[in-house]
Design a protein around this ligand. Structure first.
Ligand code: SF4
Length: 83
């Protein structure tokens, strides 16, 4: 299994891996999230971005976008979404 050199996570995540990360972040106290419409708009941009790899990961910031795009303070490092 190939692992990310930065964070040590698997490079290619399964749907279950991603869902667990989403469940973990959305159940944390004090985490500010965007509404589902904003998340879908952000994620749609990522899905059509040349920096989006393996169906989950931004190769600029290294983040799993199903998580980062849900965060109120989440940002696209290329400023492709600023909502
Ligand atoms: S966060 Fe920005 S640069 Fe990264 S995959 Fe999404 S749109 Fe592309």
């Amino acid at each position: 299994m190939t692992k990310c050199k930065r964070c040590g996570l698997k490079t290619v995540l399964s749907e279950q891996d991603i869902q667990k990360m989403v469940d973990d972040i959305t159940s944390m106290n004090g985490i500010r999230l965007v509404d589902s419409v904003t998340y879908e708009k952000r994620f749609a941009v990522c899905e059509n971005c040349s920096n989006f790899l393996y169906g989950s990961t931004c190769n600029v910031c290294g983040c799993v976008m199903q998580v980062r795009a849900r965060l109120k303070d989440g940002r696209c490092p290329k400023k492709r979404w600023e909502i």
